[in-house]
Design a protein around this ligand. Sequence first.
Ligand SMILES: C[S@@+](CC[C@H](N)C(=O)[O-])C[C@H]1O[C@@H](n2cnc3c(N)ncnc32)[C@H](O)[C@@H]1O
Length: 274
Amino acid sequence: MDTPRVGSLFDRVAGDYEAVWDSEFGTINDDLHALLELRPGQRLLDVACGHGGPLISMARQAGASKRVVGVDLSARMIDEARAKATRVAAELHIEFIHADMEHFTQDPMNLRAFDVVTLRFGLAYMPAAEGVQNVAKLVAPGGQLGIITSTWRSLWQVSTVAQEAARDLGMMLPPQVHQVPRDESDLRARLTTAGLTPLKVVPKTLTLLRDSGAECVQFLRDSGYVIHPEVEAMPEAMKDLAQAELGRRMDERYKRPDGKTPLDFDLLLAVARA
Ligand SMILES: C[S@@+](CC[C@H](N)C(=O)[O-])C[C@H]1O[C@@H](n2cnc3c(N)ncnc32)[C@H](O)[C@@H]1O
């Protein structure tokens, strides 16, 4: 993906990201931490760390760590993360670094330097072939990589109506973002190709409920969630029109008897050893 555009996308949503995203997905981080072997004295790294909340909670769970680092492409996310850590977790001495993960992994100082590396909801923004391989380079021998990712099936409701709308307009819309793994076996294969041994891969579906389809799409816009890069690249006024149309079609197709419109996030949690 186009990294400057991804960085500015997350700069735009950084201020409200924690409130928008963690209200729905906060607990999934605890699920990942329960799968990892966290203990005092480890060197911890969260790649694409966003506002830093998940890293703070991982470091707390591990106990006194040797080094705790968060890296993110968005300068505003890093500002948010530093401010939050100063406010609520100064004792953890977390280093937040503003960097593109790809450049970070080219620095020999960081190679194989961490006992636990996590990447949460980051694969969608990285090239499919290299995403897992890049983070794998950072894990020390015997250390663990933890991943949370969506799969191709995530958000099938929006993707289906987006494809239908495009077809009705005589347009071709490529399939949704495919940097994320197709399914469990694809993620296992990516971990193995990266030289890691998959220990656990756990599927999980989270259903987000909103009062309307348009509100579902608004959630995706507010959290920087990219389904189709072509839609993401539209000017804001066109996105407003697309949101109204997709929302209308979602309500028509998927609204439940209780009046709620659902969005399914088909997720995988994985832990692998280096
Ligand atoms: C969906 S957010 C997830 C944030 C956080 N991991 C969480 O779970 O709350 C994706 C994050 O990946 C970051 N990101 C995307 N591409 C990146 C790259 N090449 N290097 C570092 N960070 C990246 C974005 O800036 C954004 O903060």
